[in-house]
Design a protein around this ligand. Structure first.
Ligand code: CDV
Length: 369
């Protein structure tokens, strides 16, 4: 399997598997306005995919609801709203009219792809904030995820100039849970069923095809989501986002950073805090990708797209608020250290004390003295 032990690592009982290296890319998108044609957004995404291909990336990650403006800030109904949703053909997003060129090119390049879009189901016409993982090598949508943590409000704010976040109005909460999956052939020589190897044995852990998890934007702020994947051995988390840099009604105002400019710095800080800590605490890499810049001249979205390693360190980071590709070669074999030592869940977790986390939603303070 090409597993190597360094002298120091060997004495500490650590293994690193050099065959689990893969080049990955995050395709940050700059602003997409209300009047930007869908085809223009798709063309920009294809250009970033060309760039990723020329840099030998085997996986590309796009933002949340990638090809269109972040429409949940607007009050919309009827066709004005429906135009933003993608319709799958018999449940197959690869055939959806708008998205098809992306799947076609990923297939041509044999590149895997995380693609975020607003989904309208065919049968019951239900709306979700969705992403899929498409394997360009085997031409298959391997997994779909629907955003669980929908931020914002159902009703618009009363103040006319407030920035709305009407995700609770336009989407149903995701119904697919946090199901990890394996990305076929993303690394060479992975153990498969055919080998007869047993799952979850000390010598087969971390040796199959890479274990991937998907979340969308606000989900990244919830450690519960990461841990649900962590408990399935996730090695690579993928997250697209549209994060407003200034929305006082929605986010409140921090008295330490009351100006619009400084609020953006705070939003960037919180983004990085979430993805670095949770990558560390679940010993996984993460690829976190923004749609950013000033949409329609007045709605600022943060950039800060980054690839984070399993120690919580940023290994690639966007420097603009425009279309920009970030690329890194990551070694998923590095995940073993955290999973076998500090975050060896099977040795250290104390589930008898975690009941509240799944039984209770809101806060219940202790009795008054
Ligand atoms: N699209 C999002 O989910 N945005 C939220 C904002 C509203 C806080 C986020 O968590 O980035």
């Amino acid at each position: 399997m090409g597993s190597v032990q360094t002298n120091d690592g060997a004495s500490a009982g650590l293994t690193a598997d050099s065959t689990r290296k893969v080049i990955v890319a995050g395709a940050q998108l700059g602003a997409i306005n209300v009047d930007t044609p869908r085809s223009e957004g798709i063309q920009r995404m294809l250009k970033l995919m060309d760039d990723a291909h020329s840099q030998k990336a085997k996986l590309i990650v796009y933002p949340e609801i990638a090809p269109v403006t972040f429409f949940p800030r607007h009050i919309l109904e009827g066709e004005e709203l429906e135009q933003y949703f993608e319709r799958e053909v018999d449940g197959d997003p690869t055939q959806s009219t708008n998205l098809k060129p992306l799947f076609d090119k990923a297939r041509e390049y044999k590149m895997d792809m995380y693609l975020g879009y607003a989904e309208c189901t065919g049968d019951e016409h239900v709306h979700y904030n969705t992403c899929v993982y498409y394997s360009g090598q085997i031409d298959k949508v391997v997994s779909k995820y629907r955003k669980v943590h929908l931020p914002g409000t159902f009703e618009p704010y009363e103040r006319k100039d407030a920035t709305n976040q009407l995700e609770k109005r336009y989407f149903k909460p995701g119904d697919l849970g946090f199901e990890a999956f394996r990305a076929p052939n993303l690394v060479p020589d992975a153990l498969t069923k055919k080998s007869g190897a047993k799952l979850n044995e000390p010598d087969t852990l971390g040796k199959g095809d890479p274990i991937v998890g998907m979340i969308i934007c606000n989900d990244r702020r919830w450690p519960e989501a990461w841990r649900a994947y962590g408990l399935q051995g996730v090695e690579l988390m993928l997250c697209g986002y549209n994060t407003t840099a200034w929305a006082p009604e929605l986010l409140g105002v921090n008295s330490k950073v009351p100006t619009k400019e400084k609020t953006k710095t705070e939003a960037l800080f919180h983004n990085k805090l979430c993805v670095t800590y949770n990558s560390y605490a679940n010993s996984c890499f993460s690829i976190n990708v923004a749609k950013c810049g000033m949409e329609d001249g007045k709605y600022p979205l943060i950039g800060g797209s980054c690839i984070v390693d399993c120690d919580g360190e940023v290994v690639a980071e966007a420097s603009t608020e425009e279309d920009e590709l970030i690329v890194a070669e990551i070694d998923l074999g590095m995940c073993r250290r955290g999973k076998e030592k500090v975050f060896a869940f099977e040795k250290h977790r104390r589930i008898e004390h975690y009941g509240r986390i799944s039984e209770q939603t809101g806060v219940r303070e202790p009795e008054f003295l």
